[in-house]
Design a protein around this ligand. Structure first.
Ligand code: ZN
Length: 393
């Protein structure tokens, strides 16, 4: 780093150290009172209060503010607000009791972001720092999409966005960044099957929707596999099948197959959805039924900017964090709406979690994860500032 950024980094880290005790308390308070997607207003207010920052409401229940220079370019740091509809099973004294749970670590992200913002107030930042408290990461419609559509990136001069997510699959002390594809383009396939139905003893007089549904469910993955480039991963998984009303001897007249589709690009998702629609229609036809597929697009693919990722790796190292292999998967994160709009990096911060996966009712990242996420966000800001310098030189 240049000398000026070296000084800024060390001042920021020592200011951060004094904020960590408060951040741990904030994390516990957030964990105790989780709010699910669309209901995050109180979480936003709690974090804004902890930051001692005036924030504008965005995407209905979210918040956005700014520290550092009040005009000009800025770096956006994202914190997701929502918890999951999961009943907590950690056995903690500060467990949530309202049927929701921060089982994805968003409480850690928010506490880290609050500490970073509080620490930054004592510093002379070269560019704006914009904390983006984003609602509805876990559910559609995406909160990130709404923030982008509201024009907040332009309004706040955001040149780069940084996201940091805890991940038990990354070694503790390391951060996974990586250029290019990180997460999938995701969407939902809703297939409605209809037929005449009838009496189970007389299948020749009716049309058997249950059989058509079964064939569609087992045929979807193979149809996708035979129609996609083996070098470009794609997956379709059925999560819900609905057919029949409980009787053994009635051929049902209606059925539904509800699936998720993941691809390496939105365009590929649209193409494969058409292929699968044609398959479902023809498969249903073979049993004298009809099928109609509705494709709802979710997030676009998430790709990290190569220059910003390289810059971030070098800053992470200077802050004492290691960088490791990228976490590429067909998971999806709506941070991709930000990275589609401006060069951005989504990174994954290693946490202790006893091999328990995200969204598990016992998922509990270690308390020191707050500090590692905070340092990653600081590194992200510094990397973004260096990229802006380079772009303006
Ligand atoms: Zn998450």
């Amino acid at each position: 780093m240049t000398h000026a950024y070296d000084t800024l980094a060390s001042e920021w880290l020592s200011a951060l150290a004094t904020e960590l005790a408060g951040a741990r308390e904030l994390r516990r308070a957030l964990h105790l009172e989780p709010r699910v997607s669309g209901d995050e207003r109180e979480t936003t207010d709690l974090v804004a209060k902890a930051m001692e920052l005036d924030m504008e409401r965005t995407a209905d229940t979210g918040g956005i503010g700014r520290v550092g220079p009040s005009a000009g370019l800025a770096i956006g740091l994202r914190g997701e607000l929502d918890a999951l509809p999961v009943t907590e099973a950690t056995g903690l004294g500060w467990s949530a009791t309202n049927g929701a749970m921060h089982a994805c670590g968003h409480d850690v992200h928010l506490a880290a972001l609050a500490a970073v913002v509080r620490a930054a107030k004592h510093l002379e930042l070269p560019y704006g720092l914009v904390p983006v408290l984003q609602p509805r990461e876990e559910a559609y419609p995406s909160g990130a999409r709404d923030i982008v559509r509201e024009g907040r990136l332009e309004q706040y001069g955001i040149a780069h966005m940084i996201g940091a997510h805890v991940h038990p699959g990354v070694p503790v002390g390391s951060v996974a960044t990586g250029a290019g594809f990180v997460n999938a383009a995701a969407g939902e396939l809703d297939i409605r099957v209809s037929g005449r139905g009838g009496h189970g003893a007389y299948p020749h007089q009716g049309a058997d929707v249950a059989t058509a549904v079964a064939q569609i469910v087992t045929g979807l993955p193979e149809t996708l596999r035979r129609n996609s480039d083996p070098m470009a991963p794609a997956v379709v998984s059925v999560g819900t099948i609905t057919v029949g009303s409980g009787a053994s001897n009635v051929l049902p007249g209606e059925g539904r197959v509800f699936a998720t589709i993941r691809t390496t690009s939105s365009a590929e998702g649209r193409r494969l959805a058409q292929v699968l629609a044609s398959f479902a229609e023809h498969q249903a036809l073979a049993f004298g039924c009809t099928a109609e597929l509705t494709h709802t697009e979710g997030e676009p693919e998430l790709a990290n900017d190569a220059m910003l990722a390289a810059e971030l790796d070098s800053v992470l190292e200077s802050l004492g964090l290691g960088h490791t292999e990228p976490m590429r998967s067909l998971g999806a994160d709506d941070f991709s709406f930000f990275s589609e709009a401006v060069p951005s990096v989504m990174c994954f911060v290693g946490v202790l979690g006893d091999g328990v996966s995200l969204h598990d009712p016992t998922f509990l990242p270690d308390e020191d994860a707050i500090e590692r996420v905070a340092k990653t966000l600081i590194a992200g800001y510094l990397a973004g500032a260096r990229r802006i310098d380079a772009e303006q030189a």
